[in-house]
Design a protein around this ligand. Structure first.
Ligand code: G3P
Length: 217
């Protein structure tokens, strides 16, 4: 499963990238606001830092303007995936951008039928928001499982990019279901490394090693 970082914070991206485990980045208008930097400047910097896809989101709702925005975003770098919302106009835009060979990430997906439409529109990625789905009393992971079944039934190449990931269990469940990508904040990524038994085990080894008086180097 690929790991994307869900942020427009370049320092966090650099830290995550240094692990060698980062496969891409996703941004959205809220994350751009949080970063407090010029949209084009920050997206170009991220795209230069990371080898994999970097999602840059369109903001208009009508097809014509959204398409123009999509082309402008795609010009920033070769690894840009243009993000469009899961609306009728968003999927029209997706189809048009894909016809030009531009990567497209269809976002704000909350139903398996929406994911089916996105795949038919040729989306490179579909972004179901599991945390927000859980927030309103639905089971976000059931949605991921349904999308996996539908995409496998018809051999769709659209990658399932699990978004709105809030904790390590979301990552684990996504991997068990066979999602292609999970995108999460740096805080969640750091938690994936941790286990109390690893910490305790290391403390025990440190103590015993110190008692031996040996040195490896
Ligand atoms: O990946 C989408 C994400 O940025 C939304 O996350 O936690 O605001 O639902 P959240």
């Amino acid at each position: 499963m690929k790991f994307f970082l869900d942020t427009a914070n370049i320092d966090e991206i650099r830290e995550a990238n240094a692990t060698g485990l980062l496969d891409g980045v996703t941004t959205n208008p809220s994350l751009i606001k949080k970063a407090g930097r010029d949209f084009f400047e920050v997206i170009a910097e991220i795209a230069n830092e990371v080898d994999g896809p970097v999602s840059a989101e369109t903001v208009s709702h009508d097809h014509e303007t959204m398409l123009k925005e999509g082309f402008k975003c795609a010009e920033i770098a070769d690894n840009i995936a243009v993000k469009v919302p899961l609306t009728l106009n968003g999927l029209k835009t997706c189809k048009a951008l894909r016809a030009e060979g531009i990567m497209v990430n269809v976002t704000l997906c909350f139903s398996a039928n929406q994911a089916l439409l996105a795949a038919k529109a040729g989306a490179s990625f579909i972004s179901p928001f599991v945390g927000r789905h859980d927030d309103v009393g639905f089971d976000g992971m059931e949605l991921i499982s349904d999308i996996r079944t539908i995409y496998d039934n018809y051999d769709f190449g659209t990658e399932i990019l699990v978004a709105s990931v809030r904790h390590p269990t979301h990552v684990l469940d996504s991997a068990l279901i066979g999602a292609d990508v999970a995108t999460f904040p740096w805080d969640v990524m750091k938690k994936l490394f941790n286990h109390p038994l690893t910490t305790n085990g290391l403390a025990g080894f440190d103590k015993d090693w110190a008692a031996t008086g040996f040195s490896i180097l």
